[in-house]
Design a binder for this molecule. Structure first.
Ligand code: PEP
Length: 257
């Protein structure tokens, strides 16, 4: 039961990135299935994102309270894009969630704001739920440009959204991803509030009030509770700490917030 005043359903994602094997996923699925099992799909949305090759194993092995999604999609609906998977294929496979705009895709695979916007559009057309990532690099933060960058990335995403019920915004400062340098609860709250304000000013207040904004960047079982207490933090996108049993403790922090 939430002590916060809004009615947003919390959301916790586990981004498994390029990790896993059939045997490690079988073991992880057991670790993520404690007894008694602590949550249902009615309590909150929990989504894990394995590699596309491991989606089937995760669906088969994880308890039904977990959703399984894909880490990225093709900019186009189909065609000559070797190595890609389209949003339609993800939906056709029976999955409902997709990450778009992760900083690693932006930095290492050339996902510009325009490409991210195109992927959000494809995902919307396919009927998928989208976790759209935004966040500033250390250089951008040090140059005092964190908010400007977040707003620029947010604007590109917002222009492609046709159904705001199917969007979660993941605020992930790049300097916090995989570094162990988690944002302070105050910093995260300020950024989440500023993101919500932008949505209120540029989309509608009602959509801003209902939009789930989750934090990502070195979230662990020991720092999640205070982050989760912040009024505009609606959950987490978790990388490293989603690869072991501690992920359940992070999920539990969203149950009691
Ligand atoms: C991520 O990959 O989105 C992420 C937040 O990673 P980590 O939790 O390992 O920082």
């Amino acid at each position: 039961m939430s002590s916060k005043t809004h009615s947003r359903k919390y959301w916790v994602g586990g981004n498994w990135k390029c990790n896993g094997s059939l045997s490690s996923i079988a073991a992880l699925s057991e670790a993520l299935n404690p007894s008694p099992f602590p949550f249902t799909k009615d309590d909150l949305d929990v989504v894990v994102f394995p590699t596309a090759l491991h989606v089937h194993a995760a669906v088969e092995k994880l308890p039904g309270a977990y959703n399984v999604g894909c880490q990225d999609c093709c900019v186009a609906a189909k065609g000559a894009f070797t190595g890609d998977i389209s949003a339609d294929m993800i939906k056709d496979f029976g999955l409902n969630w997709l990450i778009v705009g992760h900083s690693e895709c932006r930095a290492k695979r050339g996902d510009s704001d325009e490409k991210v916007a195109e992927k959000v559009k494809r995902a919307m057309e396919a009927g998928l739920n989208v976790t759209a990532c935004i966040g500033e690099t250390l250089e951008q933060q040090q140059a005092g440009k964190a908010l400007e960058i977040c707003y620029q990335q947010l604007k590109a995403i917002a222009n492609s959204v046709t159904d705001w019920n199917r969007i979660v915004i993941a605020y992930e400062p790049v300097w916090a991803i995989g570094t162990g340098k988690v944002a302070t609860p105050e910093y995260a709250q300020t950024k989440h509030m500023e993101i919500r304000t932008w949505i209120s000013d540029n989309v509608t207040k009602e959509i801003a009030d209902n939009l789930r904004i989750v934090y990502g960047g070195s979230v662990t079982p020991s720092n999640c509770e205070t982050l989760m207490q912040q009024p505009d933090v609606d959950g987490f996108l978790v990388g490293g700490a989603s690869l072991n049993a501690g992920f359940v403790d992070i999920i539990k922090s969203a149950l009691v917030a």
